[in-house]
Design a protein around this ligand. Structure first.
Ligand SMILES: [Zn+2]
Length: 405
């Protein structure tokens, strides 16, 4: 089979044909010259209908990158016709090998989109010898297609979480389907406008299926959920609660550190992880060191014991027992004379129902740890995302399980 025929078949051309394959040795490229086949009808680039007539003037020659052949880059070269469409008027013809505005063929776009699920964009660009912009355009195109063609599975258990871009200066709100472990929606910011956009997108009909929402104690999320999903149960995310707890311990540790002097200070050095870790995760030597420290009589020990005590809360199955435990803990914390803990107690007291809901519904966004990590990895890759949309597109691309074109 001639190379021309082989490429024509691979591209699935019907109204076009490959007239010539030229080798550009200097650039290490194969130039595949495409022409219209006889007087075959062309289609409208806008609506896809067969056009009855072709205009005499053509567009200037354009090039599209295709899958490489061995070490040669392959470029398609073609000057598109303009056609008269019954519906749209004078339009550029539809090209069967590439989407409008794309600079790569369908086959290459698919390969790029697949690899972009595994690697960061710089690596994908290097692999295919394309530039960053082209990768962004391909992923964005694949995501738009995927969002338009995804199958809607009813959403019952929702997780709402935030990620920050650029060190906390820009937030994104991510909505997860916790039952299926995937992202369903991503929006800019974490304001009530964000949540309004989400619920407008979800629509009242689909919202009716939601019975549980897991989120952080962030007033905006809580208000939005209570407004739009009045019957859903809110469960405060255990992962976030543990973070609050760690932060309180760490605040006390820092205050203690400032007050210490001499030998005590030396002994106290580099103990942050000892106070914050779960003791069962510590090595034996570390545990010994910790129990030595626990003999000191200072506020950090009190904080540590409060932390360990609240950790037991997560093991309760009976709401009544859990409520009893929480009540005692709140009393101890608010009488601890440790400011970070009195504050935390206040916070938990105002959100008591959502904290206790855990005993009935064991959901947490932490169950999506793989997913969270994935989003985080993407945000580390975020270095170089010039627009928030590029970042959002990649979260959808890697975490939403969208179909590929
Ligand atoms: Zn048309």
């Amino acid at each position: 089979m001639r190379m021309e025929t082989f490429i024509r078949k691979a591209l699935g051309l019907k109204a076009h044909t490959v007239v010539k394959v030229e080798e550009d040795d200097a650039a290490g490229e194969l130039i595949v010259r495409v022409e219209r086949l006889g007087y075959r009808r062309l289609r409208c680039g806008e609506c896809g209908l067969e056009a009855p007539a072709v205009a005499p003037t053509r567009r200037p020659e354009r090039r599209w990158r295709d899958l490489a052949m061995r070490e040669h880059l392959v470029q398609l070269a073609y000057a598109p016709y303009r056609v008269w469409c019954r519906r749209c008027g004078l339009r550029v013809e539809r090209l069967p090998w590439a989407d409008k505005w794309q600079r790569v063929t369908h086959a290459l776009a698919r390969a790029v989109a697949q690899l972009a699920r595994e690697l960061n964009w710089a690596a994908v660009a290097a692999h295919f010898r394309l530039n960053w912009k082209t990768i962004a355009a391909v992923v964005e195109g694949a995501v738009l297609w995927g969002l338009a063609h995804r199958r809607w599975d009813p959403l019952h258990v929702v997780g709402i979480d935030e990620v920050s871009r650029r060190k906390g200066h820009q937030y994104l709100t991510i909505v997860y389907d916790l039952a299926r472990g995937r992202v369903v929606w991503v929006g800019r910011d974490r304001t009530s406008a964000t949540m309004t956009r989400f619920f407008a997108w979800l629509g009242p009909h689909r919202a009716r299926a939601v019975h549980t929402v897991c989120c952080d104690m962030w007033a905006v999320y809580i208000d939005a959920v209570q407004t739009h999903l009045p019957t859903a149960t809110i469960v405060f995310d255990r992962f976030h609660l543990s973070q609050y707890l760690s932060r309180a311990v760490d605040d006390v540790r820092r205050q203690t550190w400032r007050r210490l002097a001499g030998r005590d200070k030396v002994e106290f050095k580099r103990t942050r992880f000892l106070w914050l870790a779960n003791p069962e995760n510590l090595a034996r030597a570390e545990r010994t060191r910790l129990s030595g420290l626990l003999r000191l009589n200072n506020p950090i020990v009190k904080a540590y014991l409060l932390k360990e005590d609240l950790r037991r809360f997560w093991t309760y199955r009976s709401t009544a027992w859990a409520a009893g435990h929480l009540r005692q803990w709140l009393w101890r914390a608010s009488h601890s004379r440790l400011e970070p803990f009195t504050k935390l107690a206040q916070l938990l007291r105002t959100h008591r129902d959502g904290v206790l809901a855990w005993t009935r519904i064991r959901v947490t966004n932490g169950a999506l740890e793989g997913m969270n990590n994935k989003v985080k990895v993407i945000s580390h890759r975020a270095y170089g995302y010039r627009t928030p949309w590029a970042y959002i597109a990649n979260i959808y691309h890697c975490c939403a399980g969208l179909p590929l074109p």
